[in-house]
Design a binder for this molecule. Structure first.
Ligand code: FAD
Length: 350
């Protein structure tokens, strides 16, 4: 067997939070055809594996991962079919997500323009069904091409088989770790885009006097709004929004709304009309701000002073430091609102 992984590799540098210990073994994969040999090696040495793409949604443990970290760098962009109404494209997992959105918008294809500016690589996008400004990845996914680590075979999962949910899919829940995503097939529309019904986006176009924005204008609006909302991880290491917006029952929501008429609820028009099932999605950032925790600092980690949903590594933080801050926030939210806040990034323990 000729497979030769790198050894004793620093993991913190491979993530945007800059937290993590070391990997006993590490390799970068540029073609799906390399995977069978790698998994034969793992089997022969009875070692576990972890998959990594851009590292913008991953927080590694502080110790040594005694297995193989596989970084996915499988490239490729191809138009598979095209009609008057739509186009089907296949994108390699290692392609930078925002570059793909840019290319697709330039071709006049709609369905992912509101997902502009999300860091990371394409292969990770189905894992948590990325979403922003009312668009979710699942709305354009046709199929997800995978390597099955159990059978060592390549295969394809339909959108229905991925069982997408709010920041969720089988890749994050039921079949976590089983599949390596090698490419994603999207079906995009040639119809004029709908304008995201979000306060920030609507007021952006009002202030720019644009009545019917085109795809490029929507992309530029989203990019500009995001610049004001998110903290650049290259300046202050972070993983974007740290908690999912909790979905709560009508009883819990009404109690919060009565006591706090300014509570922020998503989508922004559901304050009166609940989501399907009678539930409400409350903005996690609003909850943290209303707990008076914005700007809270521990020694090496903090909540950003301007963005309550962004947790940051001030320098040299460990996963343990971060978990301490996370527990403080979760305990306070549970005590005041009876709400369990759930982290959005993948926290890997070792
Ligand atoms: C500033 C900032 C803003 C953000 N904004 C948003 C936002 O608006 N909306 C949103 O949804 N997210 C957002 N995120 C989170 C993050 O960017 C996305 O979840 C992104 O898709 C993660 O991509 P990645 O390549 O960095 O994934 P990684 O962190 O490398 O991996 C994430 C998870 O997916 C798994 N994985 C990665 N690649 C594969 C693969 N090929 N096959 C199987 N499993 C794989 C990993 O094992 C890990 O569990 C933001 C993050 C930051 C730092």
């Amino acid at each position: 067997m000729s497979f030769q992984p790198q050894q004793n590799v620093d993991l913190a540098e491979l993530t945007t939070f800059k937290i993590g210990g070391r990997a006993a073994f590490f390799t970068e994969v540029t073609s799906a055809s390399q995977l069978p040999e790698i998994f034969a090696w793992l089997k022969q040495n009875s070692l576990p594996h972890l998959v990594l793409s851009g590292g913008s949604n991953t927080i590694f443990g502080d110790g040594i991962f005694r297995g193989l970290v596989i970084k996915i760098s499988i490239m490729g962009f191809a138009v598979i079919s095209e009609s008057e109404k739509s186009a089907v494209i296949m994108v390699g997992s290692g392609e930078d997500w925002d570059e793909i959105v840019k290319r697709v918008v330039e071709r006049g294809l709609s369905g992912m323009e509101a997902l502009s500016g999300i860091p990371g690589l394409t292969g990770a996008t189905p894992v948590q069904n990325i979403g922003a400004y009312g668009q979710e990845l699942k709305d354009t996914v046709k199929s997800v091409e995978v390597f099955d680590t159990k059978s060592s075979e390549l295969g394809s999962l339909s959108r229905a088989e991925c069982d997408f949910g709010y920041r969720d899919s089988i890749f994050k829940s039921d079949l976590k770790g089983r599949y390596i995503i090698t490419s994603v097939v999207f079906e995009l529309s040639k119809k004029a885009p709908g304008v995201p019904n979000y306060k920030d986006v609507v007021s952006y176009f009002e202030s720019h006097n644009i009545a019917s924005p085109n795809l490029e204008q929507i992309r530029q609006a989203v990019l500009e709004i995001r610049r004001g909302k998110f903290v650049d991880p290259s300046i202050m290491p972070n993983a974007g929004s740290f908690f999912k917006n909790p979905v709560v029952t009508e009883l819990v929501a009404k109690k919060i709304m009565q006591q706090n008429p300014d509570v922020k609820v998503y989508p922004e028009d559901t304050k009166i009309i609940p989501l399907e099932g009678g539930n409400y999605k409350i903005a996690a950032g609003w909850l943290i701000q209303n707990l008076g925790l914005k700007g809270l600092e521990l020694e090496k980690v903090r909540i950003d002073p301007n963005h309550a949903l962004v947790l940051e590594n001030k320098g040299g933080a460990s996963q343990k430091d971060l978990k301490e801050l996370v527990s403080k926030i979760q305990d306070a939210a549970m005590q005041k609102y009876g709400i369990a806040l759930e982290p959005e990034p993948v926290i890997v323990e070792f």
